[in-house]
Design a protein around this ligand. Structure first.
Ligand code: PEP
Ligand code: MG
Length: 566
């Protein structure tokens, strides 16, 4: 037996075989070669192989009766015959003495960029197809085996690191637990792991390829993984796993109970989700609403820029299924660690401080308006909150609201129903927290994004594993900004929630209630334990000066735009 330490993200025990997950990363040489004919031959042979693969997938999907998916593979196979767009540009690059790999990367990326800039939605969507084909061509040219990255049986997945886009694509039914050599506790991958409640260990530096296929136990409680554990460990941890199951069952008693302190202070307990597939968990865990629907996962889960109709369908489904609960949908927060090929974003030196969230949306109004129209159309089917992320200035909020209003007018002219909705912003930058009084005049609610607020206040990259020793999620500066934001919100009749990971921290529940927070939005699995915490708090020992938003005198809707929307 061997034991290796890591940093736990999610408690819990996973027992099973290990599967090493390795996504290929290619270093493409820019050196020139002499044998041009050989490169052209390699290119041709890869092209034919990818085409055969695509045709085989087409046949398989047709047999399964999935005509739509089959059509994608058919189109892929046809694209690989396109001389003007893909083949000739590759050949021209190879004629200059570049390798087939280099030519594929350059020519396919170029074509993808051209597609992505087209006005027509259909052609824009082809950009992602070209990127897919580029990856398949590179897999063949580099001789990589990418079939079954995750294996075919349930396993503890062990990886160097995982990007959010890889994590969302994992087959959940095959995942017992997750171990990575790198990673940080506040990354989106860690957040996804928490929301799925997978026992997870990061920064397990001893991860080794020869673990593949070995029997192991991941012990989240003790932040370690046992490889080929002894029988006494198997017995002990199997018993612990059974005990966890019992505790989980006991928590069910809290379903249907109010989230109220001993002295009668109510707080809304909402859930964080990534898409329609999470609605089940919201209901199962008795969340009172959704405080953060990270809409970018709708984009990350899609091979192409989702159309207005596709987005509308996703939002409507969530709103309808959860009605009359409130559902707060955050507009697309792409950028930083959440990158998407089809967005063709430039590489940045400091992506966390870069082109992200509303900064992208306000620069690409057509892209943004597709989402706003989808949200407004969905508003007719439930109780919607629309929330803008990464705000630092009042003008950004006004601009977002202006575009929303523009979309509303367009829809009304088209005879499409728009329902009621609240407007809110994320407070996740120190700038927003410090200007909360001013921003509160623009919106109905604030939601504190403590993951980014901590990153930007403490100047600690949330992605960095090596900075973890310096990170303090309870940093007094962050707690002070949270308190002051709640107070500022309440001064302006704006209710305030917390949707960052800190909201689920049981050691802070009493503190947040004391500050007067109106809502806590956490991963669905944390709802019932959190309700248990809330019900154990007694605030009567404190004198609370900050009134709750619902108790504050109701002013008219705020500001010029607020009146327009009422
Ligand atoms: C946050 O920053 O706290 C937040 C909830 O947003 P995200 O984690 O998606 O950046
Ligand atoms: Mg954030």
């Amino acid at each position: 037996m061997e034991v290796f330490k890591g940093t736990k993200i999610v408690n819990g025990i996973a027992i099973g075989k290990i599967k090493i997950y390795k996504a290929p990363v290619y270093e493409i040489s820019e050196e020139l070669v002499n044998d041009i004919a050989k490169e052209i031959e390699r290119f041709e042979s890869a092209r034919v192989k990818v085409q055969e693969e695509q045709n085989a997938l087409y046949e398989k999907e047709m047999k399964a009766g999935h005509k739509d998916t089959a059509g994608i593979f058919e189109a892929h196979a046809m694209m690989l015959d396109d001389e003007d767009t893909l083949i000739d540009p590759c050949k021209e690059i190879m004629a200059e003495g570049h390798t087939a790999e280099y030519a594929v990367r350059q020519a396919f990326d170029d074509a993808a960029r051209q597609f992505s800039e087209m006005d027509d939605e259909y052609f824009r969507a082809r950009s992602a197809d070209v990127i897919d084909l580029k990856n398949s061509m590179l897999d063949i040219l580099f001789g990589a085996d990418t079939a079954n990255l995750q294996g075919t049986e349930p396993a503890i997945l062990v990886a160097e690191d995982l990007a959010p886009s890889e994590t969302v694509k994992l087959d959940k039914s095959l995942l017992l637990g997750l171990v990575t050599r790198l990673g940080s506790s506040n990354s989106h991958t860690a957040i996804l792991a928490r929301s799925m409640n997978w026992p997870t260990l990061i920064q397990c530096h001893d991860v080794a390829d020869d673990w593949d296929g070995k029997f192991a136990i991941l012990d989240g409680y003790n932040s370690c993984i046992y490889i080929e554990p002894d029988q006494n460990i198997i017995d002990e941890l199997s018993a612990k796993q059974a005990e966890d199951k019992k505790k989980e069952e006991a928590l069910q008693q809290l379903k249907g109970q109010p989230s109220v302190t001993k002295d009668g202070r109510k707080v809304k307990l909402y859930a964080n989700i990534g898409g329609p597939k999470d609605v089940k968990a919201v209901i199962e865990n008795d969340a009172e609403g959704v405080g953060l629907f990270r809409s970018e996962f709708v984009y990350l889960n899609s091979k192409t820029d989702p159309t207005e109709d596709e987005q509308f369908a996703a939002y409507k489904k969530v709103l309808e299924e959860l009605s009359p609960r409130m559902v707060i949908i955050r507009t697309c927060d792409i950028g930083a660690d959440k990158t998407i090929d089809y967005m063709n974003l430039e590489k940045e030196e400091n992506p966390a401080l870069g082109f992200r969230a509303v900064r992208i949306c306000l620069t690409r109004p057509a892209f943004f308006k597709r989402q706003l129209r989808a949200l407004l159309r969905a508003s007719a089917f439930g109780n919607l909150g629309i929330m803008f992320p990464m705000i630092i200035s009042r003008w950004e909020v006004q601009k977002c609201k202006g575009l929303l209003q523009e979309c509303k007018v367009e829809l009304e002219q088209e005879g499409i129903a728009v329902g009621k909705y609240e407007i809110g912003i994320m407070i996740e930058t120190p700038a927003a927290a410090l200007c909360a009084d001013e921003l509160a005049e623009e919106v109905d609610f604030f939601s504190l994004g403590t993951n980014d607020l901590t990153q930007y206040t403490c100047a600690i990259d949330r992605q960095s594993a090596s900075l973890e020793p310096f990170a303090n999620t309870h940093h007094p500066a962050v707690l002070r900004l949270i308190r002051e934001t709640i107070e500022a919100g309440h001064r302006h009749n704006t209710w305030v929630g917390i949707c960052g990971e800190l909201g689920a921290d049981p050691t802070l529940t009493e503190e947040f209630l004391k500050m007067g927070v109106d809502e806590l939005s956490v991963n669905p699995k944390s709802i019932l334990p959190l309700r248990g915490n809330v019900r154990n708090v007694d605030l009567s020992k404190y004198k609370t000066e900050s009134p709750k938003a619902e108790e504050a005198p109701k002013a008219e809707k705020k500001g010029f735009f607020g009146r327009l929307f009422s």
